[in-house]
Design a protein around this ligand. Structure first.
Ligand code: BF8
Ligand code: SF4
Length: 630
């Protein structure tokens, strides 16, 4: 037991250095070099005070030029930029959700996609007031798919899933005028409001940013999560491994990267097909290994136990191993750099979505209707590419850790019910967690999410914060690249309980869980919203009163801002290690870091000193405990 040791960031960095040496031999570029070329960054952009939404500009705000040509000031410009940033993220998550809803429309008992969790489908149908009695499950799936797709464009009303939130939260949203209407409408309204000559009032822009975020978290992302579970199965705890060492030198290595599980599920299916394995052997390999990068990896890890090769800033590393036959991507967070990089090796860079088309890639158009054929042809292509490997370039770092993943809300409830057996009903409750919080066995919970960003030494903020929090009896729920950072380090190994305070350690032992729980991909932060709602209801308090905070210590994407906005809108204070691009406007800072809590009872805190960021979260958790009288 005492043998348990985390993989350090230094060990990961040494592995990367070694891979970059291979890269140097073949003239490969890498993000580490491009960061240097891009530093220092444009100050106007960093502060959010460059406006280029009309061709009278671009206008940049300086002490000498306090207004753009149209007269917009720094607050209006930073506010508009922030709202557009949010709209980009919300559109992206929600469109992913829409794809899932479309895929749901193709399900059939003998088709590419099936209903793997009919109970969940029926549960959501009942929630939406749809008659389920005596209905064929596939007919119901098609009906639900159409209803879900209407959530994107319905002319009247607000998102159906809002009803999952506690009454108090719903009332706050109504009072602030931020209940999201049709998902697409909130993105369109954001674009409209930020057109030249529309809104330049920070309050109005921030409110729409919250509403647009909510249309993601409680709309598009929630559809993505829920209907992915219906088709691919609701995650349950499952063992897997993480870090580059999951790639297998003698096998055909296929990396799946991106976000939409429709593609990766099919690739995994065919990579397991005896016919394909025989084909790989014919090509000189011993078998086929599929592993993942970014959120696609989270999706297939938590449903199939597919190993996780790495997170966002490790995507180039998988190619640099020289042992990657194909990196197959769908949408989002894919470096265009993978095209030229793959050309330095034998790797096939396979793009599959019209949404994410890139130079120097092989495009295999993937669609739900032809998914089986598409996946088979991609797996075949990868197998055939095995013989093109250059053995002298092959080096897979010998780093990997065990991880238990797959803690959907359903799985958490089931697992926690084992801690005490006094509150079990058929769906489970969060009462054991409430009891642990009340008694102080657990001090609180942190939802840690988000990306890597070269502005932060990759993974350090995630890992250091996690270590600090678990040592202080704070349990973590994780998603996205934060989850992968944890898994690579070993924090999702159940043995990591030895790094916890006495209370959390006891919970880990009793429930047989790791101290940091993998809740999935970034769209699955919607799971965390339902978790916090149920927890508040079970506790008998408001979400904002719970000893619970959100944290994105290394965030980088527009999606992360959309997420942040719906997390604070749900009443959860959110702590950031990277500053949003609004520092050029004192009014925007005041709104996001303070005043917004008048509407939603939560706000953002930014602190680049990671140790301090951890202290601030613990302080906030303790403040909330005191206010609750526990
Ligand atoms: O949606 S955490 S780098 S992979 S944006 Fe991207 Fe960030 Fe990773 Fe998933 Ni989320
Ligand atoms: Fe400049 Fe105003 Fe045009 Fe923006 S909208 S580019 S501030 S003139």
């Amino acid at each position: 037991m005492s043998e348990f040791k985390l993989t350090t960031v230094e060990e990961n960095e040494a592995a990367t250095e070694r891979l970059l040496e291979t890269g140097a031999k073949v003239g490969a570029d890498a993000w580490q070099f491009r960061v240097k070329n891009q530093t220092p960054h444009c100050k106007f952009g960093e502060q959010g005070i460059c406006c280029r939404i009309c061709s009278m500009g671009p206008c940049r705000i300086t002490p000498k030029a306090p207004r753009g040509i149209c007269g917009c000031d720094a607050h209006g410009i930073a506010g508009r930029n922030f709202l557009r940033f949010t709209a980009g993220g919300s559109a992206t998550h929600s469109d992913h959700g829409r794809e899932i809803c479309h895929t749901l429309h193709t399900v059939s008992p003998d088709g590419n996609y099936k209903v793997k969790d009919p109970e969940k489908l029926i549960r959501i149908a009942k929630e939406w007031g749809v008659e389920t009695e005596g209905k064929d499950v596939y007919a119901l799936a098609h009906e639900m798919s159409e209803l879900a797709l209407l959530e994107y464009g319905k002319p009247f009303g607000v998102q159906r899933f809002l009803k999952r939130a506690p009454k108090h939260t719903q009332e706050l949203w109504a009072a602030a005028g931020i209940e999201p209407r049709a998902i697409d409408r909130e993105v369109s309204t954001a674009m409209h409001m930020t057109h030249m000559g529309c809104s330049s009032k920070p309050e109005a822009l921030v409110k729409q940013a919250l509403r647009c975020g909510l249309s993601d978290g409680w709309g598009g992302s929630m559809c993505g999560t829920e209907f992915s579970d219906v088709m691919f199965g609701t995650p349950k705890p499952i063992e897997t491994e993480a870090n580059l060492g999951v790639m297998v030198e003698e096998n055909v290595n296929i990396i799946v990267h991106g976000h939409d599980p429709s593609l990766s599920e099919m690739i995994c299916e065919y990579a397991d097909d005896p016919e394909m394995i025989a084909y790989a052997k014919e090509m000189g390999a011993k078998g086929i290994t599929v592993s993942g990068v970014c959120c696609t990896s989270n999706e297939v890890a938590m449903r199939r136990g597919i190993p996780m090769a790495g997170n966002f800033l490790q995507q180039e590393n998988v190619v640099l191993t020289g042992a990657c036959e194909a990196i197959v991507v769908d949408v989002q967070c894919i470096f265009p750099a993978l095209g030229p990089l793959s050309k330095c090796f034998h790797t096939k860079f396979i793009t599959t979505s019209e949404i994410a088309q890139m130079p120097d890639s092989d495009f295999v158009k993937f669609s739900a209707e032809t998914a089986g054929e598409n996946a088979k042809s991609i797996v075949k292509l990868a197998c055939e590419n095995f013989k093109n490997r250059k053995p002298e370039l092959v080096h897979i770092p010998n780093l990997k850790k065990k991880a238990t993943v797959g803690y959907s809300l359903e799985a958490i409830k089931k697992t926690l019910d084992t801690v005490t057996n006094s509150h079990v009903d058929e769906t489970g409750t969060l009462m054991p967690l409430v009891d642990c919080l009340k008694s102080g066995v657990l001090r609180g919970a942190v939802a840690m999410v988000g990306c890597n960003n070269p502005r932060v030494r990759p993974d350090t903020a995630h890992i250091e914060l996690m270590k600090k929090l678990i040592a202080n009896d704070v349990i973590l729920v994780l998603s996205g690249c934060s989850a992968q950072a944890a898994a690579k380090a070993g924090l999702m190994d159940k043995e990591a309980k030895n790094l916890c305070g006495a209370g959390l350690k006891r919970v880990c032992e009793l429930a047989d869980i790791p101290p940091v729980l993998h809740m999935g991909s970034c769209v699955d932060i919607s799971r965390m919203m339902v978790l916090s709602s149920d927890l508040a209801n079970d506790y008998g308090c408001n979400i904002s009163q719970l000893p619970l905070v959100g944290c994105a210590p290394e965030w980088m994407s527009e999606k992360a801002v959309s997420i942040g906005n719906y997390v604070i809108s749900t009443g959860i204070d959110t702590y950031l290690g990277v500053e949003p691009q609004i520092s050029g406007s004192s009014q925007m800072e005041e709104l996001l870091y303070d005043k917004v809590s008048d509407w939603v009872e939560a706000s953002y805190t930014v602190e680049k000193d990671i140790d301090k960021l951890g202290d601030l979260m613990i302080e906030r958790i303790e403040e909330k405990r005191t206010a609750l009288g526990i």
